[in-house]
Design a protein. Sequence first.
Length: 493
Amino acid sequence: MTTTDLTYRLYIDGAWVDSEGDERLPVHNPATEEQIGVVPQASVKDVVRAVTAARTAFDEGPWPRMTPRERAEVLLRMTEIIERRRAELVELTVTETGAVRAFADAVQVGFGIEHFSDIAGRVLPTYPFTEPIQPTTGQALSGPTLGQGVIVREPRGVAALVTPFNAPFMINAGKISAALGAGNTVVLKPSPLTPLSAFVFGEIADEAGLPPGVLNIVTGDIAAGEELTSNPMVDTVSFTGSDAVGRKVMAQGSDTLKKVVLELGGKSANIIFEDADLDRAAMDVLMNVTLHAGQGCALLTRTLVHESVHDELVARVTAMLPMLPVGDPADPTVAMGPLISAAQREEVERAIAAGVEEGARIVYGGGRPAGLEKGWFVEPTLFVDVDNSMSLARKEIFGPVGAFIRFRDQDEAVRIANDSDFGLAGGVWSGDAIRAVEVARQLRTGYVYVNGGTLAHAAPFGGYKQSGIGRESGAVGLSEFLEHKTITWPAGR
């Protein structure tokens, strides 16, 4: 596989097939604007073909009837194939998403491998798919009885997986491994901006011997997406993306009362107290603003700083930013790459302009990097004098834009942090570990990093409020793709 001219067809029922129409989707390198591949634009009929294949594979095929260990063996083969192809997948990720190489390797592909290995090697062998119910006494018409039974956890059926552009391989891997591990069949629809790494899973499925129809991969426009999320043959929808689209997905699945799992946006707060290690906290702020050009739902883009150390922290971060190389991520010395598209850059630039209009002040960045004529780049941008009511603090920007907000005491810090429509992640920095954990417990978010704690790939991931519904990763993520059935019988009188 090369990353210069990739061409794929749709992957349906274990075969590479042509789409119904002639329309093709070009895929571009966001750092150079060059075309790197092309995929079909799936039609509504193509989506129906894929859903039908998944439905047949679930209703009639072997996959949901295999034991968890048998499914784990297939997923382990898929893990081994991904690991063997790791170098080329990293190269594809750099080219397709604009991620710098270290992030592409360690997180995008590395976490993808860990999702598969965790589901196959740890979760499936130990998960309680069948759990006994303790014998209980009851009263029947004929007199007292003793009853017992089991709880059986079974696959839901056909799972529609709809994924975003920012971390496609990692997110695709997390959803596919959990859905397949639970025994479901799958239709995957990636972002039209980053479809190439999704179709690689078709190649992996072929080599690993996944039965036909168990994994299907399609593209498609809005109409095709609506067909996928509303089709009555689909039992579960797992969507990652913006809160605006997530509401539409939930509405589309409502007519058939599908199980819908939503991992949506964030506007997460990073609380830095006066006794924090400012060297480490400043580096953490820098990372949360610039990592993958700010295109991460769980990045901590609201920096809440105690008023006594606010100016010092701002000075430390702004002093580090000029040393951060921005450019083509194919260059191993580059630390921040481009945004995914021209449209995304325009959206970020509108957000920066709105921040200025509302009265916030730029202390670094605000424009486009000098010397980069090609590619969808924007400078890392820091704002101060931000009030939590401003759009900079309320809206997810999905770009390298950070906002500093002052606070006076712990209660105010918690109040500001929780004053948000979102609740995906949060951070707390303090020299007093007990206080830091106490504050972490007060935050209405699904994930909290204390003094630089890192993302654990097997831990539940998801948010409160408009950051989503349900959780992904590990055993909890697997459970989202399972139904719970209770079976009881009389044990005696």
